[in-house]
Design a protein around this ligand. Structure first.
Ligand SMILES: Nc1ncnc2c1ncn2[C@@H]1O[C@H](COP(=O)(O)OP(=O)(O)OP(=O)(O)O)[C@@H](O)[C@H]1O
Length: 257
């Protein structure tokens, strides 16, 4: 578990600037929610936190991301290492559909160069599926394909897969938006349990969800075609009950976005 500290992050796609000098401290062991209207740069900011932004050919950025004080973008830091330390769960569950549940969980090990014995893989599969709240449902069918699970189960499988490489931070980009309310609740419970051992940053459009799962919130806004900025950030209770900026007040009360 580690603290993430984004300092003065600006981002571009080609010459289109989409974030302007955004700074945010995301404390270790807490859940930070990124909220704000569509297109204000939340996903871009999240993807900068694990070096996925640079996968887009036209993308560039300025600023620093510190993981426990060490720059994620330092020249001697390998991209694969940064992505192992800072894991990501996406909006749409994306297990390997034909691969077994078991193999899905351990799929990241080989990609990140981690070697493990059969016994330690068995233990890891049980541990991470338990943490993701899925073990009891799948323990008797670990050899069945990941694609045979329900959407909510697939998302929990993806969480287990992310946890298997022991990230210090877990990024979640609208992880419940493709799920029904019951599955959403299960994922929210999982987030609350995981927060004890991994720092979590979650993008959500659902204000109730932000209020339920996060310790801290950051409100992003890009007004009239200008690049996204953080209008206000702080403890979630304060952001909802006593926001300092009128725009935050309007957004968390559903007045726009
Ligand atoms: N691959 C890309 N190429 C070019 N422009 C992009 C790309 N991805 C995002 N953008 C642009 O960057 C800006 C920020 O997008 P981003 O997806 O980060 O916003 P967001 O707040 O996450 O939106 P949403 O809530 O709808 O997911 C938008 O203007 C978007 O059109």
């Amino acid at each position: 578990m580690a603290a993430l500290d984004a300092r003065s992050i600006s981002a571009w796609f080609g010459d289109h600037k989409v974030l302007d000098r955004v700074s945010l401290a995301m404390p270790a062991g807490q859940v930070t929610a990124l909220i704000g209207p569509s297109g204000c740069g939340k996903s871009t900011f999240l993807r900068i936190l694990n070096r996925m932004h640079e996968l887009v050919p036209s993308a560039s950025l300025a600023g620093e991301v510190l993981l426990d004080g060490h720059d994620l973008y330092a020249p001697d830091r390998r991209i694969t290492e940064a992505r192992r330390e800072v894991g990501m769960v996406f909006q749409k569950p994306n297990p390997f559909p034909a691969m077994s549940i078991y193999d899905n969980v351990v799929a990241g090990l080989r990609l990140t160069g981690i070697r493990a014995s059969r016994n330690s893989k068995d233990a890891l599969v049980e541990e991470t599926l338990t943490k993701a709240g899925l073990w009891k449902e799948v323990r008797d069918r670990l050899r069945q394909p990941g694609g045979a699970l329900s959407g909510g189960q697939q998302q929990r499988l993806c969480i287990a897969r992310s946890l298997a490489v022991r990230p210090r931070v877990l990024l979640m980009d609208e992880p419940c938006s493709a799920l029904d309310p019951t599955s959403t609740r299960r994922i929210e419970e999982t987030i609350a349990e995981l927060a004890a051992e991994v720092t979590i940053v979650i993008v959500t459009h659902n204000m109730q969800q932000a209020a339920r799962v996060s310790d801290r919130c950051a409100f992003f806004l890009a007004s009239h075609g200008t690049p996204g900025v953080i209008v206000e950030h702080g403890p979630t209770a304060a952001m909802f009950d006593n926001p300092q900026d009128e725009r935050t007040h309007d957004y968390v009360n559903g007045r726009f976005g």
